[in-house]
Structure formats: C-alpha cells, structure tokens
Design a protein around this ligand. Structure first.
Ligand SMILES: *Cc1c(COP(=O)(O)O)cnc(C)c1O
Length: 473
C-alpha cells in the first residue's frame, strides 16, 4: 500500500470542492435509483433491500454487512442470458463467488468462469455442472489442471507453451479429451470511455498475435494428445462502457481465426470475447445495456466474418461485474464524524465507519469512485460534502471519496454504499486483523446469511502459536 502514502486525493489542499461531476442533491435522503439494486427503496429514510429494512438486518446480523439482492442478481444474469441468447455466457466468478451464487448462476442458465483451484472448489461444492465451467489463468498448477481434468471442466484456457505441455500430459494420463481455448492478446486495453490499441502487449496474459506465438499455440494445441482445440479467447479490460474496444479486439482475433483456417486448415468452432462490461458506480457513469452490447458485438463479428469469408464461430462472453456489482450494497455503522480544518479556512467532514479497505479495497487500489446514503433515518439537515473512511491504520483507507451526506450525521447512523458486489468481498482481506463481513442475501422480506461473518477463532485458527518448534539439525 505504498502508493496510498503519496500526496494525492487523500491530501487535499485549497478550497474544498467535490469532483466536477458530483452535484449537491436537492434531497440528500433520495436514492439515485440506477445506482441501487432493483428492490432497494427508502421508507421514512430507512433503506430496505429485498423487503428487509437494513436497520433490522444490522440488528440481526451486525455491521458491516454485504447485502445481496437475490432478485436483482437473477435479473441481471437473466438479462445477459436473454440478450446474448446465441452465446455462451460465463459468469466470471472472481467478481464474487460463493456456493449460493454459483447455484443461482446455474439456475439462471449461465456458465461459470473460474481462474484458480479455490474458485473451482466453490463450483464443485455448489454442484455446478462441470461441463459448463471454463478455467482460465496464466499460471495454473499441475494439481489445478489435474483437478480440472478429473472433474471434467468444459473448457480450459491455455496461456503459455509450458501450460500446453502440462495440460496435454495431465489430459492424456487421464485418458480424457479436454476442450481448450487459446488465450491471445489482441493489443487492446479497454477501460470505461477509452481503449488503447497497440501492436504488442506488455502483459502477462496470453499469446501475442503479432509475434506469431498465438498461431504457434493453436498449432501445438491442435496436435497435442488429449487436447480438443475449440477456439480463441481474449479479454480486453474492465468497466468498459461501449463496444468500440471490443470491435478492434474482435477484428484482430477474427483475423487470426481466419489465418488458422487458411494456414492450418482448421475451422475453429468457438471464440470467447471475455468480460469487462461496466456498471454505474456514481452519477457520472452511463454503461450500455446488455441488449445493446449484444446487438453491437454480434453485428461486428458478423460483418468481419463476411469480410474474411469465414463462418462466424459460436461466441462466448464472461461478465462478472455487470452481473453481481449492482446487486450488492455494503451497510456500515458510523463511529465518528470529524471536521478537519484544511488550508483556506475550509473544513472537510470525515465520516468514519466500522469497515473500510479490508472490505472494499477498490477506492485505495484503483482510485475508484463510490456513492453512499444515510440508510437508517430521514434527515432534514442540509447536505454536507463528506468523505467516508474506514477504521484501518492507513490514511488511504477511504471508502467513498466524496458524497453529500446530511449535516447531522452522527455515531450510530447507518450508511450504505451501492455497487459493492464485484471485487469487494472477493478482494477482502483481514488487514489489521479485522473480521470479514457476512454476505446476507435478501428476498421477499427474508434475510439469509450465505457467507457468515468471520470470528476471532477464524482469525486465529491458522496461527499455530509459539509452542510448536521444529528441531534444527
Ligand atoms: C476479470 C475477467 C473477467 C470478468 O471481468 P468483469 O470486468 O468483472 O466483467 C472475465 N474474463 C476474464 C478472462 C477475466 O480475467
């Protein structure tokens, strides 16, 4: 966390202004609906999700807590399934995975994308149909590959020449054929409103198209015993708002797809275009709907295939954030409210909550923006530009950099942050020996713990203690 000690947004000076996109709300009690999950609403200032008042949820399950809106999760999964009906839609488990959500993913007809043995273990525990699991990652161990092959995982995405050999050895020893996609780097890095296209890519994932490695990898997979070559795979970034980056990537990957047909005489039946579809964290974000993305991506691929004179492969996508991100919010309890005098005679209001960078690292790690609202009561106090911070021993421990909150916010109030479903619980840590919060699923007025809160026993269970010594030789 060295970067968080550098002067940056955490060390503001001069007049206290929020970012230009942040408008002072006329009513700080109101929810900005599109930032919240489908069933979130306020009644007399009390936020409820899935028909459960967060005041009751915290009374029963404590604070902080991740609140998972089941109806919303299923609706978003279903929206991708329907919009991309001709595709295989893999939910990217790394965004958030537990056995309950794995079941929902299965029930909603999506496939599942995992990238470690641990994620695979959750899928196995959930009874997820293994032929609909895809396993990617740049350094899968032999043990992980052996497990994937034994379980009959539907697709393994190979990422290096060494891995092709490793997987071929494991697969032939098992006597089964494992279906394989080849991860390629199309030289496109997409993020929100921009993408950067380069010829070469300086990153750890995949085989370079331009250097010829990708074609060679396809050749080797095609001739390896135990491997069934299915197609090419790419993933160009995250929090992408439109299809322009996908267009450049799809063109480059399809050009390779056509070369494979030409030079190797192999028509690859599939192609995976990865994930990265963006969501709205704050009012400045305006992501595309799945229906629009699907129409655009399908048109791009069809157009390009016609131009290349090849049949369009069956396509896959791998949305993670866009399914689970908006389905969860995090509820915290306010512990202190502090006015900090800055230069120029202005003050910043610091609201400290009972969690922080251990349950949401994205603000510190990516300089991400979030919003929040007072969740436990209505207030008629004027809105005050505030910064919501955690309880960790780190100045960069910020949850929400800038938000207008009622000026009478006080200890004991609950504050809820929307859009915390993706890469918050899944990246959560025990920093400062904090206990990771529970995930509480809500639906039709019922709250159900699907991942329980950690206990101090959980924290200490791996600490074998000073009594155990090994003899030195
Ligand atoms: C991270 C990742 C995803 C999911 O990305 P989102 O931004 O959550 O949609 C999909 N595929 C691959 C290969 C990834 O690494």
């Amino acid at each position: 966390m060295t970067t968080t000690h550098e002067a940056g947004w955490a060390h503001a000076s001069g007049a206290l202004r929020g970012p230009s996109w942040l408008r002072e709300p006329s009513d700080p009690n109101a929810l900005v609906d599109r930032l919240w999950s489908a069933t979130a609403e306020k009644t007399d200032g009390v936020l409820s999700v899935g028909g459960v008042a967060l005041t009751d949820l915290v009374a029963a399950h404590g604070s902080p807590a991740y609140v998972l809106d089941e109806v919303d999760f299923r609706a978003r999964a279903g929206a991708f399934r329907d919009a991309f009906a001709d595709y295989d839609v893999y939910y990217a488990g790394k965004a958030f995975l537990c056995t309950t959500t794995a079941r929902w993913v299965d029930e909603e007809g999506l496939c599942l994308d995992v990238c470690t043995g641990g994620e695979l273990a959750v899928a196995e525990r959930a009874g997820f149909p293994m032929h609909r699991v895809l396993f990617h990652g740049n350094n899968k161990s032999e043990a992980e590959l052996r497990r994937a092959v034994r379980l009959g995982v539907g697709r393994v995405v190979v990422d290096s020449f060494q891995e092709i050999e490793r997987l071929a050895a494991v697969a032939s020893e098992s006597g089964r054929t494992t279906r394989v996609l080849v991860r390629v780097t199309p030289g496109v890095e997409a993020h929100t409103h921009e993408y950067i296209a380069t010829a070469h890519e300086d990153q750890k994932f995949g085989f370079s198209i331009t250097a010829g490695d990708a074609l060679e990898a396809v050749r080797r997979v095609g001739s390896a015993p135990g491997l069934g070559l299915r197609g090419l795979h790419c993933h160009i970034g995250s929090q992408i708002f439109d299809s322009s980056g996908f267009e450049v990537a799809a063109k480059r990957v399809l050009a390779l797809h056509a070369r494979v047909a030409d030079e190797l005489g192999v028509t690859l039946p599939e192609m995976d275009l990865g994930g990265g579809f963006g969501i709205a964290y704050t009012t400045q974000d305006d992501p595309s709907e799945p229906g629009r993305l699907a129409a655009e991506m399908t048109a791009i691929v069809a157009h390009e295939c016609r131009a290349l004179g090849v049949a369009a492969p069956r396509l896959s996508i791998e949305p993670g954030r866009a399914v689970v991100g908006p389905s969860m919010c995090t509820v915290y309890e306010v512990g202190t409210v502090k006015q900090v005098a800055l230069d120029g005679g202005v003050t910043r209001t610091y609201v400290s909550v009972d969690g922080g960078m251990s349950d949401n690292i994205r603000t510190a790690l990516y300089d991400a923006d979030y919003s929040c609202t007072l969740a436990s009561r209505a207030s008629s106090a004027a809105p005050v530009l505030s910064r919501v911070v955690g309880k960790h021993c780190e100045a960069g421990d910020v949850v929400v950099k800038d938000e207008f909150l009622p000026g009478d916010l006080a200890p004991g109030d609950l504050v809820a942050v929307p859009g915390t479903g993706a890469y918050c619980r899944s990246m959560a840590s025990n920093y400062n020996h904090t206990l990771r919060p529970p995930v509480v699923a809500v639906r039709d007025g019922v709250a159900r713990v699907v991942v329980r809160r950690e206990t101090e026993d959980d924290l200490l269970v791996t600490d074998v203690g000073p009594e155990i010594r090994t003899e030195q030789e």
